[in-house]
Design a binder for this molecule. Structure first.
Ligand code: GDP
Length: 452
């Protein structure tokens, strides 16, 4: 497996430092990398071609502003276009119909239709406070009806009994009649799976559509399907007026390129993503986050943007200069760095945006993050309780004659213990050592490295 797009683009970006705009020449190599990344993510070839053409058109001639370089600008264009392509449309389920609002579930066998029907039932019950009924029109697979019954129970929805000797159309009509008489808000209709596109079954689901007049016709597709997703999506789109897509098994290792293919072919919005086998494993589809996954790079673009937008580049630069000139890193700088972290949305905001591989595959838990945020706030409080002179001259607190009384005063002012002040001074000391080694402002260095 090749290294991820961030790495590859970073390498390319290094060769184009100092170029002021995106041009026909410098964009070619980068687009080749983007194309590879999309193919690796299993986006279908014709879809990739289309997408690259659109990105190129948008990117050409773009100004490269401020501290950004052409590579970063292109990454940003790609990411935005990807998110926009996958994210347009109304995300939630449309229930604007004379009750019962009917939702027809379509897709290949094994895509996750039955499981998703129950997940959706649970979602509609819990989030939209609806009275939900499910029914299976799958009279071919012996266990299908029972399976829906089981998962419907888990979802806490009502289930309408059907039997394999009935005709799907009759099942649909009976369920609809029952739903009307029992004041059901939403009727979810699970349909027969097909292993591959099959004319007879396609005719059947078209007939079901005509009988039920659903407000939503959802195409359920397995994210692991990759390249094949295009053919499947096309066939369903030709047979049915699809109103939405649910992408299942996003918890697998696939990069989920099927999302882009399916979105482009069907023109229907991706409304939800299946993220586990369990009944509560359904999430509203997040196009922005998914774009990062397809590109294999987390939400790095948002991070780059946030950093450049919120950090005062001039002061970061000044700090870097100061350190290089050897005039030291004082407690004022420490305070400034903490303030800048806060500007970027705190530690939590930063961590969320880093790609998994930069975090050693382990996201810190919420408790860790909360603790880190609290620590930062406390540190800021202590620093602000110091006098400007003390911040400029930390030695007053470390080995000055009156250090004990100074620390007592600061602790009282910040509402903390003396030990907390000592701990902060220790941390500052370590940071100062580290800064000396890095010979440059920490934040500045980090931004540079991210920028390639
Ligand atoms: P159907 O033939 O389209 O009705 O598919 P099923 O609902 O029977 O699902 C096929 C298999 O995929 C089952 O083993 C499900 O548990 C599994 N499955 C469905 N959705 C997801 C998902 O989002 N994540 C994972 N990991 N498994 C899923």
């Amino acid at each position: 497996m090749a290294s991820n797009l961030t790495d590859r683009l970073s390498r390319l970006v290094k060769t184009m430092r100092g170029q002021a705009r995106i041009t026909e020449t410098n964009v070619q190599d980068m687009l080749r990398e983007v194309r590879m990344a999309l193919l690796e993510a299993d986006v279908a070839l014709p879809v990739v071609r289309d997408f690259i053409a659109r990105v190129k058109e948008k990117a050409l001639g773009q100004e490269v502003v401020g501290s950004l370089n052409p590579g970063q600008v292109l990454v940003s264009v790609v990411h935005k276009e990807l998110a926009a392509t996958m994210g347009e449309g109304v995300a939630d389920i449309n229930l604007a119909a004379q009750p019962p609002a009917v939702i027809l579930m379509a897709g290949l066998q094994g895509a996750g239709k039955t499981t998703t029907t129950a997940k959706l039932a649970k979602h509609l019950i819990e989030k939209r406070k609806k009275k939900v009924l499910t029914v299976s029109a799958d009279v071919y697979r012996p266990a299908a009806i029972e399976q829906l019954k089981t998962v419907t129970r888990q979802a806490g929805a009502e289930w309408f009994e059907s039997t394999p000797d009935q005709k799907p159309r009759d099942i649909a009509l009976a369920a609809l009649d029952y739903a009307r008489r029992h004041y059901i808000d939403v009727l979810l209709v699970d349909t027969a799976g097909r292993l591959a596109i099959d004319d007879v079954l396609m005719a059947e689901i078209k007939d079901l559509h005509a009988v039920l007049n659903p407000v939503e016709t959802l195409f359920v597709v397995d994210a692991m399907q990759g390249q094949d997703a295009v053919n499947t999506a096309r066939a369903f789109k030709e047979a049915l007026p699809l109103t939405g897509v649910i992408l299942t098994k996003l918890d697998g290792d696939s990069r989920g390129g099927a999302a882009l293919s399916v979105r482009q072919i069907t023109g229907a919005p991706i409304k939800f993503a299946g993220v586990s086998e369990k009944i509560d494993g359904l999430e509203v589809f997040d196009a922005d986050r998914h774009a990062g996954r397809v590109l294999g790079m987390g939400d790095i673009v948002a991070l780059v943007e946030q950093v450049t937008a919120n950090v005062d580049m001039a002061s970061a630069q000044a700090m870097a200069e100061k350190l290089k000139s050897g005039s030291g890193f004082d407690l004022n700088d420490f305070l400034q760095q903490i303030a800048q972290m806060k500007n970027m949305g705190g530690l939590g905001g930063l961590m969320d945006k880093l790609p998994q591989n930069m975090m050693g595959n382990k996201q810190p838990g919420q408790a860790d993050m909360d603790r880190a945020e609290r620590d930062m706030k406390r540190m800021e409080g202590i620093l602000r309780a110091m006098s400007a002179k003390e911040r400029r001259q930390p030695s007053l607190l470390m080995d000055g004659k009156s250090k004990a009384s100074r620390k007592r005063r600061i602790a009282a002012g910040a509402g903390v213990q003396i030990q907390d002040v000592n701990r902060l001074l220790n941390q500052f000391d370590q940071m100062q050592q580290m800064m000396k080694k890095m010979k440059g402002g920490g934040l500045m260095k980090m931004m540079k490295r991210m920028g390639g």
